[in-house]
Design a binder for this molecule. Structure first.
Ligand SMILES: Cc1cc2nc3c(=O)[nH]c(=O)nc-3n(C[C@H](O)[C@H](O)[C@H](O)COP(=O)(O)OP(=O)(O)OC[C@H]3O[C@@H](n4cnc5c(N)ncnc54)[C@H](O)[C@@H]3O)c2cc1C
Length: 241
């Protein structure tokens, strides 16, 4: 909650910059994606502790204080936002990269307002190592149960035997989505090359991918999509490292 403001408007997918002084008296700033859609003067963050890192641990320690600590932020910043009008979209995240995706989902399918998804197909492909890191699972499952055009795929790379959900890396599930969609719509599996005469600003596509997480995963998914002939402009991404 921002005490000084009555409202804090932003576009889902944007981040705030948090500022704090470390043990050596040095001012540190880190970016954190907003993990909710805009609502009055409140927003959510999804932060995990990075071993040996200052800021992630500073924030995590604040949440353990009673009645809660405070931190200075500025923003909103960033261009990791949904194209409008909304198209079919594949949202791909690992780890805390789920944060902006939760913001998108809350904006697309608000609890107390009209659906903004335009009836388009929205896939959320979320990858992590262990079951304990599947953040907001119940929330996304409830959303998928309520909205037939929202598809939630959580996949684990190091699942225990008891895990009954998907396994493996996000890239593989993204590939399956792209291929099944092409078959369903009668489209070629590899997209034809875009006419280079079309100015970049005028390019529009019927599907976009939004990727958020650590660089390795982002690069892996971008390469996979490039293999299907996806245009650079069709793939929007945010890297955390
Ligand atoms: C636009 C943007 C949005 C971001 N949003 C979030 C967010 O919503 N939630 C979040 O937890 N982090 C987010 N980050 C990462 C965040 O800014 C910090 O880098 C992270 O919290 C580590 O900071 P630190 O001071 O604890 O560690 P540092 O000492 O700064 O970093 C230690 C190492 O951790 C790596 N690292 C960075 N982020 C992660 C991560 N999430 N998991 C594992 N390793 C990581 C870095 O490569 C770095 O080498 C975002 C980064 C950017 C650029």
């Amino acid at each position: 909650m921002i005490d000084e403001l009555e409202s804090f408007p932003f576009t889902s997918g944007q981040f705030v910059s948090a500022v704090a002084t470390d043990a050596n008296g040095k001012q540190q700033t880190r970016a954190y994606s907003i993990a909710s859609a805009a609502r009055e003067n409140r927003f959510d963050l999804c932060v995990n502790r990075v071993e040996g890192g200052f800021f992630s641990n500073h924030l995590a320690d604040l949440t353990e204080l009673e009645p809660g600590g405070s931190v200075q932020v500025h923003g909103p910043h960033g261009h990791f936002i949904l194209h409008e009008p909304v198209t079919d979209s594949i949202l791909i995240a690992t780890g805390t990269g789920i944060a902006p995706m939760r913001g998108y989902a809350q904006w697309l399918f608000p609890e107390d307002g009209p659906d903004r998804s335009n009836g388009k197909e929205i896939w959320l492909v979320y990858g992590t190592r262990h079951e304990t890191e599947v953040y907001y699972q119940a929330e996304f499952e409830a959303l998928a149960a309520k909205h037939p055009n929202f598809h939630y795929l959580a996949t684990l790379s190091r699942a225990k035997e008891s895990w009954t959900g998907l396994r493996g890396y996000v890239q593989d599930h993204v590939a399956r989505i792209v291929e099944e969609r092409a078959v369903r719509l009668g489209l070629p599996l590899v997209q034809p090359e875009v006419d280079p005469a079309i100015p970049k600003a005028e390019l529009e596509f019927d599907i976009y991918a939004y990727i958020c997480g650590l660089n390795n995963m982002v690069s892996g998914v971008r390469e996979k999509l490039a293999g299907y002939g996806w245009h650079r402009k069709q793939v929007v991404f945010e890297r955390y490292d």
